[in-house]
Design a protein around this ligand. Structure first.
Ligand SMILES: C[S@@+](CC[C@H](N)C(=O)[O-])C[C@H]1O[C@@H](n2cnc3c(N)ncnc32)[C@H](O)[C@@H]1O
Length: 645
């Protein structure tokens, strides 16, 4: 049978109906960061179906949403004029960015849409006089998402809308602190026909004109019906195609960085092997020398009397005029090991008769705050920054935080905050109402990411912010233990949860639990400490920001402690460093050294970076006051503290 002679059935015909084509167009801005990806198919369809004469977008950034409207205009040859309005500087929610964002989009825009589209680089208010009242058919509002800002944008632009006028609002389902589109949306949808999507932070369509295009009117009419639900489900399904790809492309970008770092490391290894061979040859010459053979009895003595050998080494250092490194800490009795020395675990010596042990136990209990019952009214936020985070890991850390919040009896006053530094993960935790999300601003780094979450948490009334790495897991009692210990120090201490199964080896006082610095893997930061220190220094992209924060906190008179009762499963402490991680450590090391006046350490880091073929960081952080330097310890390389083993 000739297939062409058969009339297609109605249902088959629908499958290739050209009306559906815009839902399946492949978007042009793939690979660009945005939380809008999931709405691209709908925007393409809507533009074709509503055929607006003028489209205005408030908030364009990298142009993901704007290009969806423009693609429809270009492909369907619509007689539409489009306007993208943005300062292209960013804002406090999507974070601020540099000119490259504008320049990259400008180039793309001019090559593809210049015939019918105009980019206006100014504030939304400044652009208002350029538009006649009643002239805009489709307005997309996606600027700052606070209630006041979005309401201002809506009200100031409403007179510009025509009788066919339709307004799109992004982020109508984002409920975290500082975001209020959901609130405005709740008010407006009572007054106008509307339709809404929940995926990709939510998109609301509001028909504000008296003569909405037919497709829009029909869409609004089915909003709350079973058909509306089917439509929503199907578009959510389509959305996944692009949100998944957006996530993947971020991962790939990360991978090519890793590959470049790997190539550099391989080059370094070849060079290092050549140097090692040269050193071995030189050593052979020394062993063969007469003086080496003559000094053998002295070396034997040193091996049988290590104390003597150490005294001799120390004496030699003093004679050579080098400072014997000390651990300058408010913690007493932590010792002063040689740089790089590996020491056996060593209890802190406490003078006094044996019965003092019960006093020690009482002191420990006091430091741990065991006498306190955690109040359910404590306001706590657990903040998680994701970046290439495994879905299962993210679910695990979130649910462990929820369990720990429950175990501490913290009710509505506790929340879990999430910020994506990498691919969007909102679909991974979709439906979890306990989570508040901040809009991603791309990979802003560990320090800036946590600062943003902290700011949101404290603005919403949190007393304690607990930073938790996404690849870890809180013990059910971890928050109870952290909160008890925080109360014992009047919320004036940075408190690190103990990581297990591989504990960090840096030293701590077994009675007071003071420690030279606290790791950011799982760290309780009380409001007072965040306020006094300004949080993490964002000059650090990743690594060493926790060391810097701890030292600044100590210099400002706060305590820094580890809480052995608060366990954080984080099986990564001793995992081998990738070349990329190694380089990032050294870059951060340079910044730390510049900030804390450790020129020797800086030189050594710069040298290592140079050997690895990596350009050194050009960040010049504000140096700390000279008197603060006493708390810094650069003599143990990246341990930044004496090690317990
Ligand atoms: C969330 S982003 C827009 C995202 C974009 N629609 C997309 O598809 O990814 C918000 C943008 O609004 C801009 N913005 C915020 N408030 C503004 C204002 N009052 N005037 C001009 N631009 C503003 C920021 O510069 C930022 O680029």
């Amino acid at each position: 049978m000739d297939a062409r002679s058969v009339e297609p059935s109605l249902s088959l015909h629908r499958l290739f109906d050209s009306d559906l084509a815009p839902l399946f167009w492949v978007p042009e801005r793939r690979g660009r960061d945005s939380t809008w990806w999931g709405h691209v198919p709908f925007a393409q369809w809507l533009t074709c179906a509503a055929r607006p004469r003028v489209i205005v977008e408030l908030g364009t950034y990298r142009g993901v949403s704007y290009a969806a409207f423009c693609e429809a205009v270009r492909r369907e040859k619509l007689e539409t004029q489009c306007f993208a309005i943005d300062t292209w500087q960013g804002d406090e929610q999507s974070s601020f960015y540099d000119d490259s964002v504008y320049e990259e989009f400008r180039e793309f825009h001019d090559a593809h849409y210049a015939a019918f589209s105009t980019m206006l680089r100014c504030s939304f208010d400044e652009a208002l006089p350029r538009f006649d009242d009643g002239s805009v058919d489709l307005l997309h509002i996606d600027g700052l998402h606070s209630y006041e800002a979005v309401r201002h944008d809506f009200e100031s632009w409403l007179p510009k809308l025509s009788r066919r006028g339709v307004v799109l609002f992004h982020d109508i389902h984002v409920h975290w602190p500082g975001f209020g589109v959901w609130q405005l949306w709740r008010e407006l949808k009572k007054r106008h026909p509307h339709f809404e999507f929940q995926h990709s932070c939510g998109l609301g369509l509001l028909a504000v004109g008296s003569a909405a295009p037919q497709a829009v009117a029909e869409l609004c009419a089915i909003g709350d019906t079973a058909e509306g639900t089917v439509l929503r489900d199907r578009l959510t399904f389509l959305a996944e195609r692009w949100t998944t790809e957006a996530g993947l492309s971020q991962k790939l970008a990360g991978l090519s960085e890793v590959e470049a770092a790997q190539r550099a490391a391989e080059k370094r290894m070849v060079e290092a092997e050549a140097k090692a061979a040269e050193a071995t040859a030189r050593l052979q010459e020394v062993y063969a020398s007469t003086s080496w053979r003559l000094l053998e009895p002295a070396r034997r003595l040193g091996r049988s009397h290590p104390g003597l050998a150490q005294a001799v080494r120390r004496g030699a250092m003093l004679v050579r005029g080098r400072r014997v490194p000390q651990f300058h800490s408010p913690v007493d009795g932590l010792g002063d090991a040689e740089p790089g020395a590996i020491e056996a675990p060593r209890p802190v010596e406490r003078r006094g008769p044996p019965e003092e042990s019960s006093i020690v136990v009482a002191e420990q209990a006091r430091a741990l705050g065991l006498q306190f019952q955690v109040s359910g009214r404590r306001s706590v936020a657990v903040g998680i920054i994701t970046y290439e985070t495994d879905d299962a890991d993210l679910r695990r850390v979130v649910s462990s935080a929820e369990v720990a919040i429950g175990r501490a009896g913290l009710g509505a006053e506790a929340r879990v905050l999430v910020l994506d530094n990498g691919a969007a993960t909102d679909e991974v935790t979709a439906g979890n109402k306990a989570i508040c999300r901040l809009q991603s601003a791309g990979n802003v780094g560990f320090a800036a990411g946590h600062n943003r979450l902290m700011e949101a948490a404290f603005a919403a009334g949190a007393e304690i912010y607990v930073a938790a790495n996404p690849d870890g897991m809180l013990h059910p009692d971890a928050l109870v233990a952290l909160l008890q210990m925080s109360q014992a120090s009047d919320d004036r201490a940075l408190i690190e949860a103990a990581q297990f199964p591989e504990e960090h080896p840096k030293i701590y006082d077994p009675v007071t639990f003071d420690t030279p610095w606290a790791s950011g893997a799982c760290l309780a930061i009380p409001r007072a400490v965040a306020k006094a220190t300004g949080g993490f220094d964002e000059t650090f992209f990743m690594y060493c920001e926790d060391v810097d924060l701890s030292w600044r906190a100590r210099a400002a008179g706060f305590a820094v402690k580890i809480c052995p009762r608060a366990l954080f499963l984080h099986p990564v402490t001793n995992r081998p460093q990738t070349p990329r991680t190694g380089l990032m450590y050294r870059q951060s090391g340079v910044i730390l050294a510049r900030k804390w006046g450790a020129s020797g350490f800086e030189r050594s880091m710069l040298q290592q970076l140079q050997q690895a073929g990596s350009a050194p960081s050009d960040q010049q952080p504000q140096p700390v006051p000279a008197e603060w330097r006493r708390v810094a310890d650069f003599s143990r390389l990246f341990s930044f503290a004496p090690a317990r083993w």
